[in-house]
Design a protein around this ligand. Structure first.
Ligand SMILES: [Fe+2]
Length: 322
């Protein structure tokens, strides 16, 4: 069914489950340069009767929230027995678009429901549609998030966000055609480019803003779930300084510095506390209306990024299947 395109504004937030959320604190702040969110959303002005925040910015249940710009938060770490991504939010430009998203999903036979008032308060948004992608990821299409001032990175990092969203998530998707149908035909993402490694094995880059991709899909067998998450900073120095802090903190660098051939991003990858990778990069290409989708063949990088490729993907598949 043909319907009006959803006004998507990129990746809005990501929620991670962790057996010990505290393990994320120093990684998020001291390595990545994120700032503890001073007011967890559930305790915001929209819910004045709820308890006051703890002084370290953590929620009553031990959840940690981190900010990277004028949004109240962008990354949440929730106590959970099983580590891994619990949800991610895709931002919609208007409140009306939340209803539109619900209608679009329903008319395509995809289960979706409005977020409850409690869920919306917990995210600090006015409204959202909750659904699930074919991989099993909980996707929240939300509008009107709380904004606040006062983002000060503990390490002077400036994140490239605004109309591009907070970066990207890269998801392992065992069934690419079905997953592409969900993100492209139903939600309205466009494919920027893609690479085929072998029959049934590919990587797909999907955009909904000028950012080269807000969602990436990687098919390498039956593995599913978050493979990596990317934060974009504004300079090569910030990438290098983050790498220095990661090495000083003993964080495992999984992929060396390098430049991706398709999106031009200068980046490195490190293993975060959740077992999946965090990519820190800059200078990603911006896409305009004249862009033509391409297949990329051969090596995916102009230089560097040693460690990325078959070996690391197999490692990730093994991690997921254990
Ligand atoms: Fe990436």
């Amino acid at each position: 069914m043909q319907s009006e395109k959803l006004p998507l504004m990129g990746l809005g937030y990501v929620g991670i489950g962790a057996p010990d959320p505290e393990t994320w604190h120093s990684f998020a702040t001291d390595v990545c340069g994120l700032m503890p969110a001073p007011i967890p959303p559930v305790q915001s002005a929209t819910a004045p009767l709820l308890p006051k925040p703890n002084s370290d910015g953590s929620g009553d249940d031990g959840s940690l929230f981190f900010k990277m710009d004028d949004r109240q938060w962008r990354l949440a770490i929730h106590p959970a027995e099983t580590p891994g991504m619990q949800y991610f939010g895709l931002e919609l430009a208007t409140l009306r678009a939340v209803d539109q998203a619900l209608e679009t999903l329903a008319s395509n036979g995809v289960e979706a429901r409005p977020g409850t008032p409690e869920e919306c308060r917990a995210r600090g948004v006015q409204a959202m549609a909750v659904t699930q992608d074919p991989i099993g990821s909980r996707v929240e299409l939300f509008a009107s998030p709380i904004r606040d001032k006062g983002f000060v990175s503990p390490h002077g990092v400036e994140f490239k966000t605004g109309p591009l969203g907070m970066g990207h998530v890269f998801l392992m998707a065992p069934d690419i055609p079905v997953t592409l149908d969900f993100y492209m035909r139903i939600l309205g993402f466009e494919r920027t480019d893609y690479m085929n490694f072998a029959p049934g094995s590919s990587v797909q880059f999907l955009r909904c803003t000028p950012r080269h991709h807000s969602v990436g899909l990687l098919c390498v067998g039956p593995a599913r779930g978050l493979q990596h998450m990317m934060f974009e900073v504004t300079s090569i120095d910030e990438v290098g300084l983050t790498l220095d802090r990661a090495m000083a903190a003993g964080v495992k660098i999984t992929t060396s510095l390098g430049r991706h051939r398709n999106d031009g991003t200068f980046s490195f990858y490190m293993e975060g506390p959740g077992g999946f990778d965090i990519e820190i990069g800059c200078h990603g290409v911006l896409i305009d209306e004249n862009w033509v989708e391409h297949e990329f063949a051969g090596d995916g990088d102009d230089w560097g990024h040693h460690g990325l490729g078959g070996e690391s993907m197999v490692r990730d598949v093994n991690l997921q299947e254990d």
